[in-house]
Design a binder for this molecule. Structure first.
Ligand code: ATP
Ligand code: MG
Length: 389
């Protein structure tokens, strides 16, 4: 779906929605239900306001919209809506009315009525009013759906990158364990120790102990990396109070080896001492996105001394994080677009283009902060500011 289609609500969107329809005139009711069915709409009919209210309370979850006349026995249409509004402020309401009933207009505005249709009901006017009424709800649902999809995509993209980082982190300890065990086996097979002498037995024991200690050390190292990654993927959405330095250090723990192996130097000056409210994993997600982008850029445009600077500091009411890389910066023609969803210049790597979009959402919506970018001599700085408690 392109953006134009996404914002367009058509008669197709009426298909399969359910309307609660209150009308006391049996003949009109029958005719209108037929029309509504023609549009693919499911109808729950009520013969007066009281019945309408009961039906609504019994199956709220399934009802998408309300269509009602005003004058009805037992409970009139507007009173029915007033009752419904006590538990549901947003369900779209459309009123069908005769010309002479105009005194209801003010009340209907107060009750947040979306549209009205003149009687006798014209099928096209009815359709257009229903579309108009359902529009905000459908757009909101689409937005939520789209956001969920992007969140999943972004998580998968990050996971792919993580697997790369794990590979880097594990290469060295695994190699070391391999060497140690090879050494042990070799010494045994070639009878390197003279076990007939006390001296030889001692030598063997101490050699074995040393190598086994090494293996144990590296195994602990591997376990620790698994824990780092597992912590990152825990999706517990819990606010914690800590300095911003911690998630930065944890992100670096995860990425350091990958950066090292690409000859990228990271220099940190973590001077902030403010305690702030953060969703730790989300902040790590942002830091990793920015570091990954810098690394991707260096891989494409390799240069002599590749460097990333990470600084944190306390300002008046905010905590600021600056992440600079000297990879040449971002072209002025695209710098305004990099936070847009699906904008990516990485064709070969198949960039999703949601890394920075998601990062901005995390900082600005979930943390009430700001994420900005500006080019500098030689490179680019991403600046995050977060409110201090
Ligand atoms: N440090 C940087 N240096 C140069 N260009 C950058 C830098 N950071 C971001 N960009 C530009 O911003 C674009 C959007 O970045 P974003 O993280 O949103 O998506 P992506 O990195 O292309 O895709 P993905 O995150 O899925 O790998 C990148 O394609 C790149 O052109
Ligand atoms: Mg990215």
């Amino acid at each position: 779906m392109n953006i134009k289609e996404e914002l367009m609500i058509t008669a197709n969107d009426l298909e399969n929605i359910t309307i609660l329809y209150a009308e006391d005139d049996f003949q009109i009711q029958e005719g209108t239900v037929q029309t509504l069915n023609l549009f693919g709409i499911k109808v729950i009919s009520a013969n007066n306001g009281l019945e309408g209210l009961e039906l609504f309370n019994n199956s709220k979850q399934n009802i998408d919209m309300i269509l009602t006349v005003i004058k009805m026995p037992k409970l009139d249409g507007l009173s029915m809506i007033r009752e419904i509004r006590k538990t549901d402020k947003f369900i779209p309401v459309v009123i069908t009315t005769a010309h002479q009933e105009t005194d209801f207009l003010k009340t209907s505005i107060d009750l947040n009525v979306s549209a009205y249709v003149l009687k006798p009901i014209d099928i096209y006017q009815l359709r257009d009013s229903l579309i108009k009424a359902i529009e905000p709800k459908i757009l909101k649902d689409r937005l939520i759906e789209k956001h969920q999809l992007m969140l999943t995509q972004s998580r998968f993209a990050t996971m792919g990158e993580m697997i790369n980082m794990i590979a880097h982190q594990w290469r060295q300890p695994l190699a070391a364990i391999g060497t140690a065990s090879f050494n042990l086996k070799y010494k045994l097979q070639t009878h390197k120790f003279d076990l007939n002498t006390k001296e030889g037995q001692k030598e063997q024991a101490s050699f074995f102990e040393k190598k086994l200690d090494e293996i144990e050390y590296y195994v602990q190292n591997l376990t620790a990396t698994v824990d780092d990654f597992r912590n990152f993927f825990k999706s517990d959405k819990k606010i914690v109070k800590k300095t911003i330095n911690e998630p930065i250090e944890n992100s670096l723990k995860i990425m350091q080896k990958s950066l090292d192996s690409n000859n990228i130097t990271v220099i940190t000056q973590l001077q902030s001492t403010n305690i702030i409210n953060i969703y730790e994993n989300e902040i790590m997600h942002v830091i990793l996105n920015i570091l990954n982008n810098a690394q991707d850029n260096f891989l494409e445009n390799s240069k002599e001394s590749m460097m990333i600077n990470i600084n944190t500091k306390d300002l008046q009411d905010t905590t600021q994080i600056d992440i600079f890389d000297n990879g040449g910066g971002i072209n002025d023609t695209i710098i305004d677009k990099i936070f847009k969803p699906y904008f990516s210049t990485k064709k070969e790597k198949n960039g999703t283009g949601i890394g920075l979009y998601m990062s901005k959402t995390i900082i600005e919506q979930n943390h009430q902060g700001k994420l900005n970018v500006y080019n500098e001599k030689d490179g680019v700085t991403f600046t995050i500011t977060l409110p201090t408690i």
